[in-house]
Design a protein around this ligand. Structure first.
Ligand code: GAR
Length: 216
């Protein structure tokens, strides 16, 4: 049985989408640990309600980011994970952590990477005046929100959008693409060549995305 470790910092809706995909048999794996850097992360309660082991590790007990990451890397290694899933984990990972699990860490980011990296990606998209944004699942490299892209969903930005309405629209697609990408990886269908990710037997197609497309 393949094994996931999920890192969170908050609400845990992506974690819940992954748990749902496991529960209904779409992803054949278990989550052996959900780890948070925030004590009050709602996602910890979600995990506990499914009997999943959780751990909060307090960053304030560590003098450096590196010290924290070496500590959590040791905890994670004990779980022997096939994949480490960042699901709203809002801490930059040190190079030491990334080296320890090279090619085995994935992240979801609420933009079409490489646009709008870092925090508040949805707000950045609105302020920039983008008409289309979206979400991306990518492998984690030492560059923030910038690793090889496994799957993306395009989402329109509507004129009346607030950060909240846009975030909610994007989130619906996050919940679809993250379990999908994890399933592909665990089925050994994902190959990375440089920046390019090739998914074996994936169906590619076109998507109508422009919100203001008229006959012309
Ligand atoms: C999600 O929108 C995720 O894409 C974003 O945080 C939210 C977590 O929600 N992650 C980042 O911005 C990472 N840079 P969740 O806790 O409900 O899954």
């Amino acid at each position: 049985m393949k094994n996931l470790v999920v890192l969170i910092s908050g609400r845990g809706s992506n974690l819940k989408a992954i748990i749902d995909a496991i529960e209904c048999g779409k992803i054949k794996a278990k989550i052996s640990l959900v780890l948070s850097n925030k004590k009050d992360a709602k996602g910890l309660e979600i995990a506990q309600s499914y009997g999943i082991k959780t751990k909060f590790v307090d960053p304030s007990f560590f003098a450096s980011r590196k010290g924290y990451d070496i500590y959590i890397a040791e905890l994670i290694k004990k779980e022997n994970p096939d994949l480490i899933v960042l699901a709203g984990y809002m801490r930059i990972l040190s190079d030491e952590f990334i080296d320890a699990f090279d090619g085995k860490i994935v992240n979801i980011h609420p933009s079409l990477v490489p646009s709008f990296q870092g925090k508040n990606a949805q707000k950045q998209a609105i302020e920039f005046g983008s008409l289309i944004t979206g979400c991306s699942v990518h492998f984690v490299t030492k560059e923030l929100d910038n690793g090889p892209v496994i799957i993306q969903a395009a989402v329109p930005v509507l004129p009346e959008d607030t950060e909240e309405t846009l975030s909610n629209r994007i989130l619906q697609y996050e919940h679809r693409i993250y379990p999908q990408a994890i399933k592909w990886i665990l089925e050994d269908r994902v190959n990375v060549k440089g920046r390019k990710v090739i998914v074996k037997d994936a169906k590619y197609g076109t998507i109508p995305i422009n919100p203001a497309l008229e006959d012309f």
